[in-house]
Design a protein around this ligand. Structure first.
Ligand code: GDP
Ligand code: MG
Length: 306
C-alpha cells in the first residue's frame, strides 16, 4: 500500500462490442501482452484486470468481454461482468470500430450505459473511434460527427490502439480524472489473474488462431499441472475441452499434427509471458454442453458472478 499524499488511483473500464480493439488498447497502455488479442470476437471471457502503477498513480483497467445478447450461461456471465465493470469505474472508455461505423451493437451498449447512469456517475468518460490508421483521413471527421448521437461523453477522440496515435492524450486525461487514493495492488503486479489462468488463455488463443472457423467458441482450457522444477523446464499439463467429436478431430489433426502446432505456438507465448523455458503437454477431451454447466465453469474460474 502506498498512502503518500498526492497519490491517485482508480478503476477504468474499457467497454465496446467484440473486436473493436479493447485488448489492444489495454496492451498499449501496459506495454505488455496480458489481455488476449485475437481476430475472433469474444476471446476475452473474464474482465481481466491490467494494473499500471507509476510513482504517483495507479490505474486498474477492467478489460471487459464483448457485450452481446446472452444465449448461454457463459454469455450471461460475460454480460454481467461487463456492465458491473462500467458501473463501478472511475473513468469509462467506450470504443467503436471506425471500420464498421456505428452499429446496432454499439447503440445497444450505449443504451445500457445510459440505463445505468454510468456516464453521469463516473468522473471522466470518452468515446474512442479506433482503427483510424486504417481509414482515409477525410473519412474520420464525418464519423466523428455521427458519434454525436452518443451524447454525454466528456471527449470524443479518434485513435489507433495499434499505432498508439492519440493514445497518450487519452492516458493524460485518465490520470487527471483519477481521485486521490492509495495503491490497491503491489507495484510489481500487472494483473490480478494468476499465472495459471493467463497460461490457459494463451493455450485457448493458440487453438482459436490455428483452427480458425472450424472450432467456434466451444473451447475451454484447464491447466492441471503447473510445476516449477529448479534447473529444469517448468512443467505445464493442460486439457483442451471441446463440445463435439468432430471438433476434437480437427484440433488433433492428421496424426496429431494440429495439436503439435497448437502446443508449439502456445508454448512460445507462455515462455514469453513467464520468462522461462516451459515443457507443455496438451490433452484433448470432450465435455458436452460445457457452456451450460455451472460446476464446470466454476472449476475453470469463469465463476465470479455465477
Ligand atoms: P477486443 O475484442 O475489443 O478486445 O479487440 P482486440 O483488441 O482483440 O482487437 C481485435 C482486432 O482488431 C485485432 O485483429 C487487432 O489487431 C485489431 N485492431 C485493434 N486495434 C486496431 C487499430 O488501431 N488499428 C487496426 N488497423 N487494427 C486494430
Ligand atoms: Mg479483448
Amino acid at each position: 500500500m502506498n498512502n503518500d499524499k498526492g497519490f491517485k488511483s482508480g478503476y477504468v473500464a474499457i467497454l465496446g462490442k467484440p473486436n473493436v480493439g479493447k485488448s489492444t488498447l489495454l496492451n498499449y497502455f501496459l506495454k505488455e501482452k496480458l489481455a488476449i488479442v485475437s481476430e475472433k470476437p469474444q476471446t476475452t471471457r473474464n474482465a481481466i484486470l491490467g494494473i499500471l502503477t507509476q510513482d504517483d498513480y495507479q490505474i486498474i483497467f477492467v478489460d471487459t468481454p464483448g457485450m452481446h445478447k446472452p444465449r448461454t450461461q457463459l454469455g450471461e456471465h460475460m454480460m454481467r461482468s461487463a456492465i458491473s465493470a462500467g458501473v463501478d469505474a472511475d473513468a469509462v472508455i467506450f470504443i467503436i470500430d471506425a471500420l464498421c461505423g456505428i452499429t446496432a451493437a454499439d447503440r445497444h451498449i450505449f443504451r445500457m450505459l445510459e440505463g445505468k447512469n454510468v456516464l453521469k456517475n463516473c468522473r471522466w468518460s470518452t468515446l474512442l473511434i479506433n482503427k483510424t490508421d486504417a481509414l482515409k483521413k477525410e473519412d474520420i471527421l464525418p464519423l466523428m460527427k455521427q458519434c454525436s448521437e452518443f451524447a454525454g461523453f466528456n471527449e470524443y477522440i479518434p485513435v489507433s490502439a495499434q499505432t498508439g496515435e492519440n493514445c497518450q492524450q487519452v492516458m493524460q486525461e485518465l490520470i487527471k480524472s483519477l481521485p486521490d487514493g492509495p495503491a490497491y495492488y503491489p507495484k510489481e503486479q500487472l494483473t490480478d489473474k494468476n499465472e495459471r489462468f493467463v497460461v490457459a488463455e494463451l493455450i485457448r488463443e493458440a487453438v482459436l488462431k490455428l483452427c480458425r472457423e472450424e472450432v467456434p467458441h466451444s473451447v475451454a482450457v484447464e491447466v492441471e499441472t503447473f510445476k516449477d522444477n529448479p534447473g529444469r523446464k517448468t512443467l505445464i499439463q493442460s486439457t483442451v475441452f471441446l463440445e463435439r467429436q468432430a471438433q476434437k478431430k480437427i484440433v488433433i489433426g492428421k496424426s496429431g499434427t494440429m495439436l503439435k502446432a497448437i502446443g508449439t505456438a502456445a508454448r512460445k507465448e507462455i515462455e514469453v509471458f513467464l520468462d522461462r523455458p516451459v515443457y507443455l503437454e496438451l490433452r484433448v477431451k470432450i465435455q458436452n454442453n460445457w457452456r451450460r454447466d455451472t460446476a464446470f465453469l466454476r472449476r475453470l474460474g469463469y465463476d465470479k458472478n455465477l
